[in-house]
Design a binder for this molecule. Sequence first.
Ligand code: S3P
Length: 451
Amino acid sequence: MVPPIPPRPLRAHRSTPLSGRVRVPGDKSISHRALMLGGLAVGRTEIRGLLEGEDVIATAHAMEAMGARIDRQETADGAGVWTVDGVGVGGLAEPADVLDMGNAGTGARLLMGLLATHDLTAILTGDASLRGRPMKRVTDPLALFGASFVGRSGGRLPMAVRGAATPLPVSYRVPVPSAQVKSAVLLAGLNTPGETTVIEPVATRDHTERMLGHFGAALRLGRDDQGATTITLTGQPELRAAPVEVPADPSSAAFPLVAAVLVPESHVTLAGVGMNPQRIGLIDTLREMGADILIRDPRIEAGEPVADLEVRASALTGIEVPAARAPSMIDEYPILAVAAACARGTTRMHGLSELRVKESDRLSAVATGLAACGVDVTVDGDTLIVHGKGTVPKGGATVAVNLDHRIGMAFLVLGLVSAEAVTIDDGRAIDTSFPGFVTLMTGLGAPISLI
Ligand code: S3P
């Protein structure tokens, strides 16, 4: 038998003050979209700041397998500049092999949107985490365009997609707040004649809409009679190649940010962080808890708001985090729960049912890991309740990551402020979204190392 790649256990010890100015890698959501839309545009799209993590590389391979030409050059300072020569809307070719999307839910679901309205057959798979995640939420609306799907029980990957030869335009009300579902429908609408409309009762990240506009598609925003946002795309536009500057990922910045808030006397600046209004719920929440976070030099880069965040260590107080805030910080609950564990008083995080279908069941992973580290935590339905004592958590546990990068990084941050070191059983998943995490954190002074 071929020996498996060994796990990479990592350990974080209690830290002395963190300091420095760093830029975390590019935004994962925007990176996937830049490769997909660049791959459909006419001409050469140049992408700077692309996240070179495994999830995004899987999308690059998939687009290449369907005819886009993708290259990477390096600037003198070692930064990657990616070019994508697109095939034009409707021009994707049938991939000759199975598309392995690795750990990437966004890559898989958005790509299914593209495939659904091309006259081709493609088969998608992924790692054990992705193969366990629900796909019905995208196959239901994509079937309305005329696509068909054959997957495993429960609508899970591996799955064959048979794209519609003559797609029909769709009007679809998204039943769960999900930017992936919204985006899959809009991307399917690209190669569909007529107008495709997504009705979104609860706002989620709008990177797809912004980037479609950036590449020249015609989008119309409105409201239906119940107050939901309507997004209408005119199908079969000619997308024109457009340069993309990918902001630093706010969901990755969240880890050094919370570490800097929690480790006493820290002072850290995070450069060029994406400040899309649908992504910054964590900053609002931490500020309500008492965190000292300054937003410096706000600016717009390639259609997305960006700023530098100056963070100082602060004492936090527990608060109620309303369910309405969940879409704007859906990936940040593991690290918010770590902050809550160090706060004084109770933090109740409401409306977290979607956390159960992320890279792992994050609601249960967070509760189990915090409890193992001596934190008083309960789950009540879809509410996570953390009773902070305003003191240092005990720590001292080994937390199982289960292929979930954000669980791994959150518990390493907990280790930086715990009495006893915290270990994660396997740090390999961190490379899906935050390559260089350990190097960046140790550069700020955090004692995190391989064991
Ligand atoms: C994403 C949307 C969110 C988020 C994920 C990235 C996207 O997922 O959790 O990490 O890029 O559209 P949902 O659409 O399932 O909420």
